[in-house]
Design a protein around this ligand. Sequence first.
Ligand code: PLP
Length: 359
Amino acid sequence: QVFNFSSGPAMLPVEVLRRAEQELCNWQGLGTSVMEISHRSKEFIQVAEEAEQDLRDLMKIPSNYKVLFCHGGARAQFAAVPLNLLGPAKTADYVDGGYWAQSAIKEAVKYCTPNVIDAKTTLDGLAAITPMNNWALSDDAAYVHYCPNETIDGIAINEQPDFGDKVVVADFSSTILSSPIDVSCYGVIYAGAQKNIGPAGLTLVIVREDLLGQARKELPSILDYKVLADNESMFNTPPTFAWYLSGLVFKWLKEQGGVSEIDKRNQAKADLLYGVIDNSDFYRNGVAPANRSRMNVPFQLADASLDKLFLEESFAAGLHALKGHRVVGGMRASIYNAMPLEGVKTLTDFMVDFERRHG
Ligand code: PLP
């Protein structure tokens, strides 16, 4: 059995893949696959509506929020957010907590002069994030943007934002649906699907209704939240297969007991993996405990000359995609919702054994 620790596109629940396989060529007895039918057919509209309702149930999305099923990945949102939300403002607060937050800032500078808040710090030599009440927000910013989980750095910001009337925008690409989120704390939540939701090609945007309709006029219609909302995310042809498959993942998640149950499992998986890392001098994670990501666990071998062997042997043992991102090196295990505890246990058993043989 293979366990895939890829950071994204990532592992999907096997039950979902089996069901999709079963109905691939003959969906709902139509003699065709779901990806070959019109997005405006009554059959697909039902899929689309059910997926949205299931997501609303799972995340307890309040009724004054629109859910948009978009193209373009999270990176398209790096541009869509300023173009939709800046209005007449010339600045927005951007919190820099790592690689993806910085990528959002690089895009935002095309449209405004962001007020960049460097939240990166160290605690006892470990990477950490300054508490939210130390973030120096500016009065004239249209919104504050941050990334609650840095997929590459393995750094999480777990505090719930409470900035009064400020519009808070968050890139939840690598944590959405992994633990409960109070949606009402945010103006916009966005997430690429390919980690905790479904196949690449779909991006979710959850936007508070009062923020619609203030887009800059040069904004391409396809990125305009109001245009998308007014057209039920069907302004153009949506990524229908990814939408359908994400809908199956939402149903799977409901069957598992919803977000609160998966939250417990995610905690157990993270505790097991960090426990093995912390109990050894052979492996190391460089993030302060309060900011450790439960989804993406980077770790280094004390002797980096063993990296290649570790990757070869782990792959042979069915533990795939453990190589760290090229900008940080080392290893990274992404343990999203679809990764079972058994997968993490197989990894930790391998790590203990590898250390015994090479430590
Ligand atoms: N934001 C975060 C937190 C990510 O992890 C990623 C991709 O890994 C992105 C943004 C970019 O997403 P996309 O490739 O969907 O544009």
